[in-house]
Design a protein around this ligand. Sequence first.
Ligand code: RB5
Length: 145
Amino acid sequence: MRVYIGSDHAGFAVKGFVKELLEKRGYEVEDLGTHSSERVDYPDYAKKVAEAVAKDSESFGVLICGTGIGMSIAANKVKGIRAAEVHDYYTAQMARAHNNANVLCFGERVVGKGVIESIIEAWCTTPFEGGRHAERVAKIMALEE
Ligand code: RB5
């Protein structure tokens, strides 16, 4: 399974760490930037990752900025994207189980490496529950029409 990853300058320092965690789990990770700590605009990277995920239904995305907020707001403007800003194991688990989120967002200024490891663990091991949650997710997607 392919993962598209992106960050702005405020998420750059941990992007490589997250890429390694995902590769250790067997994912093929495509890094869509940014590639340095030079200041950039997070919507540009949210757009790149969200559009790649929208075109590749077998994939998911990871977006990291200072807070995770701007990345999630921007990514959710792209049709087909359900980006979830998460803070810990529980919110990452629920983003998959209940919301069938396809883009994981978090903030480098909010979570440390230990919490990032638990976020990746929850995200990668939790399936979508479907059932009543599928009906609710369908209602979210209908808002795009
Ligand atoms: C950059 O300073 C910061 O605003 C950005 O990384 C992000 O946190 C926005 O939501």
